[in-house]
Design a protein around this ligand. Structure first.
Ligand code: HEC
Length: 145
C-alpha cells in the first residue's frame, strides 16, 4: 500500500468506528418506559383501558393533584368536583375551565377563597374545547354527593 492508501484506510476505519459508537450510545440513551422501575405492563394497560375518556383527560391534566384522587376534594388544595353538577351546565362549565378567574366574584367562591388560601384554579384555555367538553360531561355525570 502507498502512504496515501494507508491514510484513506485509517480515515475510513475511524469513520466506521465512530458510526458504530454513536449507534451504541444512541441505543443507550433511549429509556424505554417499560423498563422503568415500577412499571407493570399489565397493571398500566388495564388502568388505561378501564378509564372513561373524561377521567383519562382529568388524570392527564393534573386535576387530581388538587381535587383529590377520587375527585372528592383535598382539604387544602381544592373542592370536591361532585358538586359541579349542582352549579353548572355544560357550556358554563367549559367556560369556567377556560377562565376560572371570570367567576371568582361569584359569592359562592368566597368560601373557596377562604378554605383554599393562595391556591388558584388554573385556566385550561390551552386545552382543546372538545376535550374540555369531554371533561365537563364526565364531571356532570358523576353520581353521588
Ligand atoms: C392547583 C390546584 C388545582 C388544579 C390543578 C385544578 N383545580 Fe379545579 N379548583 C381549584 C380550586 C382551589 C378551586 C376553587 C375555586 C378557586 O379558588 O379558584 C377549584 C374549582 C374547580 C371547579 C369549580 C367547583 C365548583 O364548586 O363549582 C371545577 C369544576 C374544577 N375546579 C375543575 C377542575 C378540573 C377539571 C381540573 C383539571 C383539568 C382542575 N380543576 C384542576 C384548584 C385546582
Amino acid at each position: 500500500m502507498t502512504n496515501s492508501q494507508k491514510w484513506v484506510t485509517v480515515v475510513l476505519a475511524a469513520f466506521i468506528f465512530l458510526f458504530i459508537l454513536s449507534d451504541i450510545l444512541k441505543e443507550d440513551t433511549i429509556i424505554r418506559h417499560d423498563e422503568m422501575p415500577g412499571y407493570d405492563t399489565q397493571e398500566y394497560n388495564e388502568e388505561r383501558v378501564q378509564d372513561p375518556p373524561g377521567l383519562t383527560l382529568i388524570k392527564q391534566n393534573g386535576c387530581l393533584a388538587c381535587h383529590g384522587q377520587d375527585l372528592r376534594g383535598n382539604p387544602n388544595l381544592g373542592p370536591s368536583l361532585y358538586n359541579a353538577k349542582k352549579h353548572w351546565n355544560r357550556d358554563e362549565l367549559i367556560n369556567y375551565l377556560r377562565n376560572p378567574g371570570d367567576y371568582s366574584r361569584d359569592p359562592r367562591f368566597d368560601e373557596y377563597k377562604n378554605q383554599f388560601r393562595n391556591i388558584m384554579m388554573p385556566s385550561y384555555e390551552n386545552l382543546d374545547v372538545k376535550d374540555l367538553g369531554i371533561i365537563a360531561d364526565y364531571l356532570l355525570g358523576l353520581q353521588g354527593e
